[in-house]
Design a protein around this ligand. Sequence first.
Ligand SMILES: NC(=O)c1ccc[n+]([C@@H]2O[C@H](COP(=O)([O-])OP(=O)(O)OC[C@H]3O[C@@H](n4cnc5c(N)ncnc54)[C@H](O)[C@@H]3O)[C@@H](O)[C@H]2O)c1
Length: 357
Amino acid sequence: MKTLQVNSIHRSYPIHVGAGLVGRTGEFLRRMRNVGQVAVITDETVAALYRATLDESLQREGFSPTWLTIAPGEESKTVASFERLCETLASSGMRRDGLLIALGGGVTGDLAGFVAASYMRGMDIVQIPTTLLAQVDSSVGGKTGLNIPQGKNLIGAFWQPQMVIADPNFLTTLDDRQFACGMAEVVKYGAIASASLFERLDGMDRETAQQDMENIVYRCCGIKKSIVEEDERDTGRRMLLNFGHTFGHAIEQAGAYRTHTHGEAVAIGMVMAATLGESLGITMPGTAKRISDVLRSFYLPVECPYQIDILAPLLQIDKKAGIGGIRVVLLEEIGTSLLHTVETVEIMKLFDKGGAL
Ligand SMILES: NC(=O)c1ccc[n+]([C@@H]2O[C@H](COP(=O)([O-])OP(=O)(O)OC[C@H]3O[C@@H](n4cnc5c(N)ncnc54)[C@H](O)[C@@H]3O)[C@@H](O)[C@H]2O)c1
């Protein structure tokens, strides 16, 4: 087991990373504080796979958790689910000194995190992320969120967990697309902050990455920790975590969130940002090719399927006027990133050249 300590403004908490750790959850809780009532929020898919293991670990230490289950997928990150979960907690007699556990991917973590931030004006939560994306990204940093019809994550709060338990064994049951989605974020960490992590990924495939997963998750969490410690409220350095996300979000939106997963869209977005950086003379030549080679080995797409006409309004640039610009994260080289305002005309040139490579 490896442990990182995240020091946020209101709380310092550990991230434990290690194979088989879910079986030690009860033991971790017992050591934490005098925990009373425990409720676990999870989705149906994760419950079918892992409820028994977590339940056994909790029961062994004398906890009798209440289980609250949501339907899997983004459709559950709603105000209606939030309300239902709060009502169920209240009916079960959950008090403010109880503890929530979020067992699942980013949807469960974001929703349960917001419940924890709000129920009785705030209660403790332990995050047990079960997807790669959740282990390296959403469970760390305290952002919680709900979607409303007007947009994703428009409701939310910063609410730090008491502990994160990241067990790489969960990742063996992810389907290939979901695994790849998380790998896009892993590649992002290497690209923005760690040339050595990036080089380690070079030449890996799912099987070899899975064997090295404890290390990979630990290193990604370490990078996210150092960035969020410096900029908890997302007003400065934390924006570097958005590498590939400016174009990625537009690509996701263009396909109505059905054509590309978030990770697939970010993969394309990273190659576009690197290509853009190269054409501006900011990014070392050959970087976009290196990124796309690593992404391809995890079966991630690297080419933008949309024309500028479709993406321009989503990027909030005016193609006809050709004025103004957008803030994007660019690389100087693998492992070094910066925020840069790019003129609309430069983005148009990128598309004229074919969008991606
Ligand atoms: N809070 C943050 O900082 C932050 C950062 C990035 C993303 N997010 C949010 O995260 C969400 C996406 O997260 P996600 O990709 O984990 O989605 P998810 O939670 O929907 O999980 C994806 C699918 O995988 C299944 N699953 C989960 N663990 C599994 C396992 N071990 N084996 C088999 N199947 C499993 C789930 O049931 C679900 O169907 C989005 O809502 C996004 O907004 C939040």
